[in-house]
Design a binder for this molecule. Structure first.
Ligand SMILES: NC(=O)c1ccc[n+]([C@@H]2O[C@H](COP(=O)([O-])OP(=O)(O)OC[C@H]3O[C@@H](n4cnc5c(N)ncnc54)[C@H](OP(=O)(O)O)[C@@H]3O)[C@@H](O)[C@H]2O)c1
Length: 214
């Protein structure tokens, strides 16, 4: 499908049951068919850290090609850097961010290529920590900035007019209770406002972009 067409799209939404994912499902679900995916919830079960599970999820989301793949999942560990010591991958405090939020979303994007229609789109999620550090957030900053670099490069190499963008939200209003103490002075954004950036990515024409919502 070409961008801008008012056709009902088939969208695989990974993380649809989460705080951000529910808002994205509400925004895009009014116009499109959402195939919800998550570890423990959704039409399709998927573990982002397991490439075989990603491939199986795409097989389950078929038959029928996908117009868009959106990811609002990805975990990182928060820890003061004074507690983090040199360690090999697998033992490092950075392992979760690297394997889950970063490589999980990268693997999802790589696998998506085979299942998207010509001109389809991929939308990943980073976060404000790619540009603005907070105490204990070095893993998130690393994963978020790497995702944004990946998206800029991948946009130039994706085949068949497939687009890719990443949405970088600030702390969500809905997450203030859990994480607000780490984000003093940050302007929180409602998840519904962040969801509009996913709409711009899926339903617009841009590629290789970081949609900052802050
Ligand atoms: N919340 C914020 O303020 C905020 C701000 C900026 C950026 N972000 C980023 O936005 C993303 C979503 O945040 P959130 O607050 O909405 O998280 P959340 O409420 O914890 O929801 C995460 C969702 O992703 C799924 N998920 C998590 N790990 C997964 C995995 N390894 N494989 C497959 N599915 C997985 C979960 O599925 P199950 O429930 O089935 O396990 C859940 O549906 C994260 O990358 C986060 O860093 C969040």
């Amino acid at each position: 499908m070409s961008a801008g067409q008012a056709t009902r799209m088939r969208i695989l939404l990974v993380g649809a049951g989460g705080t951000l994912g529910r808002a994205v499902a509400a925004e895009l679900g009014t116009r499109h068919h959402i195939i919800a995916a998550g570890r423990k919830s959704g039409h399709v079960r998927l573990e982002l850290t397991d490439p075989a599970s990603i491939r199986q999820a795409f097989a389950k989301a078929a038959p029928g090609p996908l117009d868009a793949v959106v990811c609002t999942a990805g975990e990182v560990a928060f820890a003061p850097m004074s507690t983090i010591h040199p360690a090999p991958i697998g033992e490092s405090a950075y392992t979760l961010g690297l394997t889950n939020k970063l490589l999980g979303q990268v693997n999802l994007a790589l696998a998506a290529r085979e299942h998207l229609v010509d001109g389809g789109s991929i939308t990943l999620t980073s976060g404000i920590l790619s540009e603005v550090p907070v105490a204990g957030g070095s893993s998130a900053s690393m994963a978020d900035a790497a995702l944004e670099g990946f998206v800029r490069a991948a946009a130039a190499e994706l085949p068949r007019g497939i687009r890719i963008n990443v949405v970088s939200p600030s702390i969500l209003v809905e997450s203030l209770e859990a994480f607000g103490a780490m984000f003093r002075g940050f302007e929180p954004v409602p998840a519904a406002r962040a969801a509009l950036a996913y709409s711009r990515s899926v339903e617009g024409i841009q590629t290789g972009q970081v949609f900052r919502v802050y």
